[in-house]
Each structure stands twice: as structure tokens, then as C-alpha cells.
Design a protein around this ligand. Structure first.
Ligand SMILES: N[C@@H](CCC(=O)N[C@@H](CS)C(=O)NCC(=O)O)C(=O)O
Length: 213
């Protein structure tokens, strides 16, 4: 099976859910990172400069034996199944993992649909409400979100939170996580997984600070 994952050159959760699953599962893949210039063309014509089709004109896109697949959740589940980070025969465990992928999407959309000037107190309070609910959904004894083993849910939440506290989002302070200890614990456990650590060393910008949760 020939697999390529197409995204931009940064470790956002929408791409990392796939890249990191494949890496953790020792599954060979092409990690294709495109420029924002090429993405402007993708948005208008729905394919890469080399002709590869990009469904819905959106990234990430996974290409499996020349078949292009879009949508973060589906891509994450596909890679998770290959890498044993998402169950193939346990529907309830799958649904528990899915709910974390979907809350990562909800929070991402909530933030990315606002401009810096709209991130006022009301917005920050509603973001904190979401984080608090997420925090309370996690058992404080657990190192991972579902069934005490790493899954695509942990990768999604760790990288979504990493983006949220990066300091690169105007109006969102990097200490926003400080009251949410269960989320922090999940992020720290995921980041210190040996293969995750290897991937960070191999692919993240040298400025990336570990343990910052
Ligand atoms: N529903 C899509 C959303 C992906 C998405 O919004 N990707 C952004 C880049 S991070 C994008 O392609 N935006 C351009 C557009 O939506 O036209 C998914 O879950 O993958």
C-alpha cells in the first residue's frame, strides 16, 4: 500500500493525527508538505500542481494507492486502524475515541472562525467552558483518554491543545490551560510516549518546547 499525507509544514492536529499514527505504527508513508502558494491553487482547482486530486479542495488529504481521501476524522480513523491506535472490533471504544476527535473539531472551529478582535471576554469564557467540560470528562487517574492506552484521541487532543496554548493565537493567553489538570496530564503523557518524542525530534521546529502543558 502506498500512502501519502498532504498538509502544510506544521504540526497541527488535523495532520498529526495521521502522520503520527503512521509513524507510531511503523507504517511507511510520504509526508508531503505544501506551501501556502500551492494551497491557494488547490483551493481554486482542487488538485496539487502534480495533478493529485484534493477532494473538497481542503487539507489534510490522504492518498492511498492513488485514491484521494479528505476529512480529518476519516483520515485519522483509517490511519489509526492501520496502526492499532483505533479499534476495528470494539464499537463503544471507537465511539469514545470519536467523541474526542469531534470535540477537537468543535474547539478548532470555535477558535478559527473568530478574528483576533472578536476574542473578547465573552469568547474566552465560552472557550474556558468547553475546556472545563473536556477536563471533567477525563478520569484524573488516567494517562490516556480511552482505555488506558494511547489512541488517535490522545494525538488529536494533545496537538489541538498545543495549538491553543502556542501563543500564536491573538487574544488567547498561553496559560489558558492552567486550571485543567486532567487535560494537561493527557498532553504530557502523550508527548512523553517514546515514539512521539522521536517524531518531535525528527520533524518539529527546533523552537518547539516540550512539556509546556
Ligand atoms: N472538515 C475538514 C476541514 C479541514 C479544513 O478546514 N482545512 C483547512 C486547512 S487547516 C482548509 O483546507 N481550509 C480551506 C477551505 O476550507 O476551503 C476536515 O475535517 O478535514
Amino acid at each position: 500500500m502506498k500512502i501519502s499525507l498532504i498538509y502544510f509544514d506544521f504540526p497541527f492536529w488535523r495532520a498529526e493525527i495521521a502522520r503520527l499514527s503512521l509513524y507510531l505504527g511503523n507504517i511507511e508513508f510520504e509526508d508531503l508538505r505544501i506551501t501556502s502558494d500551492e494551497f491557494q491553487r488547490v483551493k481554486s482547482n482542487g488538485h496539487l500542481d502534480n495533478g493529485i486530486k484534493i477532494p473538497f479542495h481542503q487539507l489534510p488529504c490522504l492518498v492511498v494507492d492513488k485514491i484521494s481521501v479528505a476529512q480529518t476524522g476519516g483520515i485519522g480513523r483509517f490511519c489509526g486502524k492501520l496502526a492499532d491506535l483505533y479499534p476495528q472490533n470494539n464499537n463503544i471504544e471507537a465511539a469514545l475515541i470519536d467523541q474526542y476527535i469531534d470535540i477537537a473539531t468543535d474547539i478548532t472551529e470555535m477558535v478559527s472562525k473568530t478574528k483576533a478582535e472578536d476574542r473578547n471576554n465573552i469568547f474566552i469564557e465560552s472557550l474556558k467552558r468547553k475546556l472545563s467540560i473536556l477536563n471533567n470528562s477525563i478520569d484524573s487517574e488516567n494517562n490516556y483518554l480511552v482505555n488506558a492506552k494511547i489512541s488517535i484521541a490522545d494525538i488529536a487532543i494533545w496537538r489541538m491543545i498545543g495549538w491553543l496554548i502556542s501563543g500564536n493565537l491573538d487574544g488567547i493567553q498561553s496559560d489558558i490551560l492552567k486550571s485543567y489538570k486532567n487535560i494537561s496530564k493527557i498532553c504530557l503523557s502523550t508527548e512523553s510516549h517514546p515514539k512521539v518524542n522521536e517524531w518531535i525530534n525528527k520533524t518539529y521546529p527546533k523552537t518547539y518546547i516540550k512539556g509546556n502543558f
